[in-house]
Design a protein around this ligand. Structure first.
Ligand code: TYD
Ligand code: MG
Length: 455
């Protein structure tokens, strides 16, 4: 086969250069050129990369006449993984799983393949570890390795040939950064290689209906390497989060063409691999024997499930420029909340360092955390614990008002179920009928909540 021609494409402006250069000659941005296979001329209908994306090509149809079938799904063997996938593995779907090294990607996928292998033909392509290492892991996990077919290979052309001959239903490529194609001269793991290999594998998935799971490393900046371009090619992007020091691992869908994106799967890493936690609501609470200052309990919603998460704050006299640091919560929002706290509740922190942390490494994006964050800060500043068995949620606006949040009822029910007996909630979230065993403290303004905790 004649060697395909490659060119260098700028990731900023899309300009094409025949040779690699440090600076794009078209838009003058630096280090933006990456090697790409030049699209063959119109003979096969244009850019093959776009063909890879279209499930089928053909004539124009009326939308109402298109047969809309629910994509068939295979259970992955783990309810938590199915939850993030939106109900199981979809045939022909390409799934990218990203996460820090050592967080459990290979473990999870080996467990998944062993389980799916009982019903379907599965193939594990390992480029990172040798076949022996994978076998060792399989025996450690005590999974049924008899059904998992293994290929230790990093040449894309070879992988594609095996896919052609083996015809598996589910394939794991561990990892996409180790696979390379001979067509490009750049090193495995480079942007061009990752993009080209992912595009080729995607095309195979769409053509043959195989479910393709790509493992992706995460760069230091936290982006899936082989930049965002991969996220556009694949159907689903799952991302491991969580503290690698704790035994809990969370998987979040960042993009999902076949389901909701806000579901969170929760797992515990055990000596027998990852085990799903079907009722995770209490795992993010740290167990203090006595109430401590600077701690509040938030009820947050992760997809359809309420989770109780402890929010910790430490407020300490600043020496020099006061610092604001937040782990698991939004940093910019913290600065805004501190301004609201000063302006509307008269609590000043401008000469204090403020650190906040969501326990357990869970990432909380919803503004319903505002009130819990502020009460933890006030509690730390005054060095007084908040009332016993208290949960808090509510969004705080710039005018100091406490705004209602979605799913108030579910949050309160979960708190009552876990033995909490007080809840500070936005006025509009207070249910007309009370909840057994839960005293409600509805508030309309931030001052009211701060005053309640003072009394
Ligand atoms: P791994 O799946 O290799 O991570 P990744 O593929 O994301 O790089 O996970 C390896 C880690 O998991 C390693 O630190 C050991 C731990 N582990 C367990 O705690 N229990 C187990 O049963 C297995 C297989 C791994
Ligand atoms: Mg691995």
């Amino acid at each position: 086969m004649a060697k395909a021609k490659t060119v260098y494409v700028c990731s900023e402006c899309g300009g094409i250069s025949p040779k690699w250069q440090g600076q794009c000659p078209h838009c003058t941005s630096w280090n933006s050129l990456s090697e790409t296979v030049q699209a063959p001329p119109a003979a096969n209908g244009g850019n093959h990369r776009f063909q890879a994306l279209a499930a089928s090509s053909g004539e124009v149809q009326v939308l109402a006449e298109v047969q809309a079938e629910e994509a068939p799904r295979d259970p992955s063997g783990s309810d938590e993984l199915d939850r993030v996938l939106g109900g199981g593995l979809v045939r022909g779907a390409v799934i990218l799983i990203g996460g820090d090294p050592g967080i459990g990607k290979s473990t999870l996928l080996l467990q998944t393949l062993a389980s799916v292998g009982a019903r379907r033909k599965v193939l594990y392509v390992t480029g990172e570890e040798s076949a022996q290492q994978v076998a060792l892991r399989a025996s450690r996990l005590a999974v049924d390795a008899g059904r998992v077919r293994l290929l230790a290979e990093i040449r894309l052309e070879q992988v594609l040939a095996v896919l052609q001959s083996e015809r598996p239903d589910v394939v794991v490529i561990d990892s996409i950064q180790t696979v390379y194609t001979d067509v490009l001269s750049s090193a495995p793991g480079s942007v061009g290689q990752v993009r080209e290999c992912a595009a080729q594998l995607t095309r195979v998935a769409k053509q043959t209906g195989v479910t393709m799971i790509l493992v992706g490393h995460v760069t230091k900046e936290g982006a899936l390497a082989g930049p965002r371009v991969l996220e556009h090619i694949v159907d689903t992007v799952l991302y491991f989060e969580g503290d690698s020091h704790s035994s809990f691992r969370m998987i979040r869908a960042i993009k999902n063409r076949f389901g909701a994106v806000n579901e969170l799967g929760v797992f515990a890493m055990t000596d027998r691999g990852l085990k799903g936690i079907s009722n995770p609501s209490a795992i993010f609470l740290s167990s203090h024997r006595d109430e401590v200052p600077g701690s509040s309990v938030l009820v947050t919603m992760e997809g359809t499930r309420p989770l109780l998460v402890e929010i910790q704050a430490l407020v300490d006299e600043a020496h020099g420029q006061p610092r604001r640091l937040s782990v698991g919560l939004e940093q910019n929002r913290l600065a805004m909340l501190l301004a609201v706290l000063h302006r509307h509740a008269g609590v000043a922190c401008f000469d204090q360092d403020v650190f906040i942390n969501a326990v357990g490494g869970v990432r909380i994006g919803e503004p319903a955390a505002d009130l819990a964050v502020l009460l933890a800060i006030v509690s730390s500043l005054r060095n007084r614990p908040l009332p016993d068995k208290l949960v808090v949620f509510g969004e705080v606006g710039l005018a100091g008002e406490v705004r209602p949040v979605a799913h108030g009822q579910e949050r309160l029910k979960e708190a009552a179920k876990l033995g909490f007996c007080r809840a500070i909630v936005p006025q509009a979230n207070a249910p007309r009928q009370g909840i057994d065993g839960l005293e409600l403290i509805p508030v309309e303004r931030l001052e009211q909540a701060v005053d309640y905790c003072r009394s």
